[in-house]
Structure formats: structure tokens, C-alpha cells
Design a protein around this ligand. Sequence first.
Ligand code: AOF
Ligand code: ZN
Length: 367
Amino acid sequence: MTTAEDIFFMERALALAVRGTGRVNPNPLVGAVVVRDGTVIGEGWHAQFGGPHAERNALAECAGGAKGATLYVTLEPCCHYGKTPPCTEAVLEHQIARVVVGSADPNPLVAGAGIRRLREAGVAVTEGVLREKCDALNRIFFHYIRTKTPYVTMKYAMTMDGKTATRTGQSRWITGAPARIRVHEDRSRHMAIMTGAGTIQADDPLLNCRIPGGRTPIRLICDTGLRTAAGARVVETAREIPTWFLTCCRDASRQEKYAEKGCRILQVPERDGHVDIKKAVERLGEEGIDSIYLEGGSALNASALEADIVQALHCYIAPKMFGGTESRGPVGGKGVAFPAQAWGFVITDVCRCGDDILIESIREGCE
Ligand code: AOF
Ligand code: ZN
């Protein structure tokens, strides 16, 4: 049975889990709290990829032992030998009496076996406490472990009349500073950031994370014909920030121009004269990339939607208009012919960022 106390401590475990953001990919964000007689005696979270799991970190904090205590954990404890020994065994060694779990773990190495192991050893287990919140925290992990392809969040900022640039092609800036700070936070949450050669040419962006404590993701540039200027800022800074080009260009001497500046070149198949984005994303999954923040222009956005690789959409709306039949919107390509063919989304959150609005949504059919 779930009590108000269970919800209170699971909220605490969730708050701890978030602290691992950007540092544990492609593993999950997990938080854990050990409670005895209504008092917290240990807290932990998964802080570093390959490091100890949240449960062990929380148990290690219980100076006087944790016998008879309750462990709250946002994800089902693991029962496999991975980079660390199974958490279920640590729970049993510490003689924990009850375990309260948020999400089930879809990792085939765990998948219910963690909870079964605990129950068989006589530990009381309550499942599904704040499950929705715990699941939402690990959308990236759940998607990646099931599909082995990265979770793609498409992001763009537009005016109230749906424009992403003026008629002269200028787009700096559409949203205000608070929205741009939020974008940097989201860059930090994803393992990689993706854009196209057109955006590099137009804006010469650095695509880094410029907030305190933030982590800069790997920069991915879709450049079909490898035409990015060798002096572009992303190329010049490739030794400090990993920068990968996804290209169909097979010309070794052209590739060398970027490679010698520290860029990595991934050759991917072509489709309709562009990088085959579906194949590119599959390749990135094989490379261990669990998440991509897609900050592309209208052509790349169209390809991503058409290839159905988008899981989430972050749409920023600024209270202004650019007008103009020639001014661009966020998604180019041919578009659909009928409203019934629309790419559908489910809104998960709407919030104000300064003067702007952020609509967060996930693709219809995605969990
Ligand atoms: C984590 N952190 O706090 C928990 C995890 O490769 P390993 O040994 O680190 O194991 C990773 C798996 O362990 C992960 O896919 C998930 O199924 C389970 N739980 N993982 O990284 C944690 N509790
Ligand atoms: Zn574990």
C-alpha cells in the first residue's frame, strides 16, 4: 500500500536523481533514499556513468547500518553484474526490510527480476510509486534501451506567425534570454546536439553549453556534400568539443581537411540527395549516443519528421511576428497533403520562459 510518506520520500529520491543529469548517459537517472522511523538516514544518486548506482550510494551513507529500514528508489534495483555488482545484493546485505520502487526497469538484464529477487528473499516491495514522474525522468533511457537508437528532441523557436527567420534570413534573436538559458539546460541533458551545414553557414554557431555546471554535448553536423567552411567555429574548436560530421562525401582529401582539425567523419548513406537521417541515427545509436537535441533548420527538421526519428518536440513561441510569404517556418520539405496526415504530438508541459512560451510535447504513440 502506498502512503503519503511514500510519496514524500519518492519525491525526494526524484530530486536527487536529477543531479546526475548529463553525466550518466546512456544510463538512467536514479535517486535513492533510506528511511527509518520517518527519518532519512542515507541519500544517494547515480552521479557518474560507470560509477556506483544510486542504491549503493544511499546505503553507503547509513553510518549505523540500515537494518529494518525502507529504501526508496526511482528505478527497480538491478540484479545483474554490470560495471558494478547487483544492487539487490547490497539491499539484502544491509537487511533492508522494504523497498519502494518508482519505474520498472525495461533493461532485459533486469526487467522485473530485480523485484522478484528481493521478494523471494523476503523483502516487502511496493511498486509504481510516482511511476509517471519516474518514467518521465528517464524517457531517454527507456527509449534507448528498447530501440538502441537515440531519443531525438526537435527544438525550434518561432514567432507567433510561425516564422523562424525574417525575409532576409535573419533569426537572431527570436526568443529572449530566459528561453535561451533553458535551451542551454536542455543541451546539457542530451548526449549530442545536431544541426545541418546550412545552419553552420548561416549562423556560425558554437553549439556549446554556456551555463555554469553545464556539460557540452557532442556536436553532430549533417553535411551531405561536406561543404562546411574549414574556418567555421565548430571546426576550429573540434579539439576541445567532440565534433562529428555525418556526410555522404567519400572524397578522402576533403574529409582530411576536417579530420586534421580534430573532427570525426562518419560516412552515411544518401537518400533523396541528403544524408539518410534514419540510417545516420541508427549508426549514432551503435556509437552509444542515447539522445540528440535537434537544432536544425527547416530542411533537416523536415527530413527528421519524414523519417519518423523524432520522439519529442520543444516549440518556443515568441510574442512577435515577422510576416512575409518568403519568410521561413520551422519545417520545410513538401509537407503533408491532408490534415489527417499531420505529424501528431501530445503536449506534456506548457511553461513561460520570460516573455516567451515553451510547449513541450512528445510524438503521438511514444511513451
Ligand atoms: C545506473 N545507475 O543508479 C541504477 C541503474 O552498466 P552498469 O553496471 O552501470 O548497469 C547499468 C544498468 O543498471 C542500467 O541499464 C539499469 O538497468 C540498471 N540500474 N543503472 O546506471 C543506477 N540503479
Ligand atoms: Zn544497480
